[in-house]
Design a protein around this ligand. Structure first.
Ligand SMILES: Cc1cc2nc3c(=O)[nH]c(=O)nc-3n(C[C@H](O)[C@H](O)[C@H](O)COP(=O)(O)OP(=O)(O)OC[C@H]3O[C@@H](n4cnc5c(N)ncnc54)[C@H](O)[C@@H]3O)c2cc1C
Ligand SMILES: NC(=O)c1ccc[n+]([C@@H]2O[C@H](COP(=O)([O-])OP(=O)(O)OC[C@H]3O[C@@H](n4cnc5c(N)ncnc54)[C@H](OP(=O)(O)O)[C@@H]3O)[C@@H](O)[C@H]2O)c1
Length: 541
């Protein structure tokens, strides 16, 4: 249920203060959290609590001039690019560059979002196309912002020769620039026959690699493209598969050096040089973000070649126009204490169709289809920035992870069991059908009977006519949720960033408002404070 709206909060920020309407609204919301609106009037919070909430505005030491202006409100994976850029409007260039990143701090580019932006700003990094989750939109925005630096970005070297960015963490196996070799140990489908989903429990043998990880970390995987797709691209290019590119063959570079997914602007630019008339105009439009045929969002490299039949780009120039094939990261779903020498993942195979051609997510289908047990793969551990169990093992934890979002929570539960942590554990899991999509059912039921999992709350979205999601369940058990929070529980959310994460946060705000007897704005401020205190953590993608 939703909470009854209250009369609007008075404005704390003068109309002539130098803030945009969004910033003013945001600050008013924050100030609203600094006070308790009670029947009889306004009770200010203690100065300690106020200072903890708004250190910058209340006189805490300010960082250097460039930094003093933000707090990076755009650093939120659930915000679309346009909104993030709006929040960064008027900020120094490197902050706007940071806002252009997808804000996942996923490390797939070799940096976190802020460090990637800083590296571009100080010109230590030239590549503008490294943000995997941000895709073409981020690359385009960075290209636009990069022009403000005054020098055009250096053309990217061919993938075969591409220099590797300096690794921030140079421990072997701990960054994308120092991967290690591991072996696929086993693979088991987690959905039962009849499911619309195709999700896999993947076990990887890391005994030889000597890498270490902790519950909450993710694993980076270097995938390879689907061989039939590579062959189709070679055929469309009319080039010999063994055409030499640096010291490799065209086929090899197409297999593991470049992305064959969204066709990059540079490819259309190259095509525009090789065509004339209307075809050149079309290629130019596509190269600059236009959408002449209404299909720009789904044109991959093969579709781009097929759109301009008969072109014969030089294979080396063609390869140089493509984006590098990036690693993908997956939440680790095991604790090293329970599975020494192994690491496990929970991977949903991405498959869809465009214009009657099957499209495959490169890494998820590499893991779930193309490699076999015993095959080698390159991996690295992506250390969790903030997604770890509480240091105090007595702290209760609430874990909300529908779909593949369950992955880190299986690791957390294994870890809490292995160290015999006395704190209570509550898992919210949801998926489409109870009969087909109850991942790790036996294990979870076992943990429940063993007393490790104190509560298991399930939400099946397609068992009944009406959708039931985890956030509906959170509202139903709001009283208990609030009581766990009052006992100091930490909350973790993992899974879909675009829809689920936002809805779960709204549900939590509603629970806090209803059972914590707070106004809507106070509840928002309460949840914001949970985040600041490290008691509300998200690992969403
Ligand atoms: C920190 C973190 C943890 C993660 N943990 C997990 C995890 O535990 N399990 C897991 O499965 N994933 C996880 N992911 C997501 C994972 O990294 C990959 O993004 C995902 O597997 C897809 O990668 P891919 O290479 O298979 O697909 P890609 O080749 O990258 O293709 C995906 C792209 O295809 C397009 N697409 C997808 N579906 C459609 C559609 N229906 N119609 C049109 N276009 C579509 C979209 O543009 C999408 O971005 C995590 C991501 C992060 C950042
Ligand atoms: N088209 C897309 O862009 C698309 C589609 C699916 C998944 N994904 C991505 O694929 C990855 C893996 O997905 P997954 O296998 O983990 O499963 P998922 O698709 O995230 O689904 C898991 C469960 O969450 C439900 N769900 C859907 N919307 C929700 C919401 N707003 N709040 C709460 N629950 C919601 C789903 O229900 P219903 O399916 O019944 O709605 C399902 O029961 C995620 O990154 C996800 O974002 C993308």
């Amino acid at each position: 249920m939703s909470i009854t709206p209250r009369p609007p909060i008075p404005s704390f920020i003068p109309e002539n203060a130098p803030f945009s309407p969004e910033q003013r609204g945001w600050l008013n919301g924050l100030f609203a959290g600094l006070i308790s609106l009670e029947e009889g009037g306004i009770t200010p919070l203690s100065s300690e609590r106020a200072a903890a909430l708004l250190p910058d505005l209340l006189g805490a030491p300010k960082p250097a001039k460039e930094e003093a202006d933000d707090g990076a409100p755009w650093h939120d994976q659930t915000l679309p690019l346009a909104e993030r850029m709006k929040l960064a409007d008027g900020k120094p260039l490197r902050r706007r560059m940071m806002a252009a990143m997808a804000q996942q701090d996923c490390g797939q580019c070799g940096y976190n979002c802020q460090d990637y932006a800083d590296a571009l700003f100080v010109k230590k990094e030239q590549r503008l196309n490294l943000c995997v989750p941000g895709g073409k939109d981020t690359a385009r925005m960075l290209k636009q912002l990069h022009q403000e630096l005054g020098t055009p970005p250096a053309p990217a070297p061919a993938p075969a020769k591409r220099a590797i960015a300096p690794a921030p963490a140079s421990i072997i196996g701990c960054s994308r620039d120092k991967p290690v070799q591991a072996t696929l140990f086993s693979r088991e489908r987690l959905n039962k026959p009849g499911s619309a989903k195709d999700t896999w429990h993947i076990e990887i043998d890391i005994a030889e690699s000597k890498i270490e990880y902790a519950a909450g970390d993710s694993l980076g995987i270097f995938p390879a493209n689907d061989p039939p797709l590579v062959e189709a691209v070679i055929a469309a290019l009319h080039a010999p598969a063994d055409f030499p590119i640096a010291d490799r063959s065209l086929r090899d570079v197409l297999t593991d050096g470049v992305s064959l997914s969204p066709a990059p602007d540079m490819l259309f630019q190259l095509i525009s040089y090789l065509t004339g008339g209307d075809r050149r105009l079309k290629a130019k439009a596509l190269a600059s973000g236009g959408d002449p045929d209404g299909d720009a969002a789904t044109v991959d490299v093969l579709a781009a070649l097929q759109k301009f039949p008969g072109i014969r780009p030089d294979p080396e120039a063609f390869i140089e126009s493509l984006d590098p094939l990036q690693p993908r990261v997956y939440s680790i779903s095991s604790s090293p204490k329970c599975n020494p020498g192994r690491v496990s993942l929970t991977v949903d195979a991405v498959r869809y169709e465009v214009a009657k051609r099957a499209r495959l997510g490169v890494a998820s289908t590499f893991l779930s289809n193309r490699i076999a047990p015993g095959d080698a793969l390159k991996i690295y551990v992506q250390k969790a920035q903030h997604f770890a169990l509480p240091a105090d093992p007595t702290t209760p934890v609430i874990m909300i992870g529908p779909g593949t979002g369950i992955a880190p929570f299986r690791a957390f539960l294994q870890e809490r069991g292995a160290v015999k942590a006395p704190g209570r554990n509550w898992l919210f899991f949801g998926h489409q059908h109870s009969n087909y999509d109850f991942f790790y059912e036996k294990e979870l039921v076992g943990m429940r009977s063993a007393g490790l999992l104190n509560r298991l709350t399930l939400a099946w979205s397609r068992d009944a006519d009406e959708k039931i999601y985890v956030q509906h369940r959170m509202r139903e058990v709001g009283r208990d949720l609030w009581s766990w929070l009052a006992d100091g529980a930490h909350i973790y959310v993992c899974g879909d960033a675009l829809r689920m994460a936002k809805d779960v946060e709204c549900a939590l705000v509603d629970v806090v408002a209803k059972h914590g007897v707070r106004s809507a704005d106070e509840a928002v401020a309460f949840v914001a404070e949970l985040k600041r205190a490290g008691r509300y953590r998200q690992d969403v993608y």
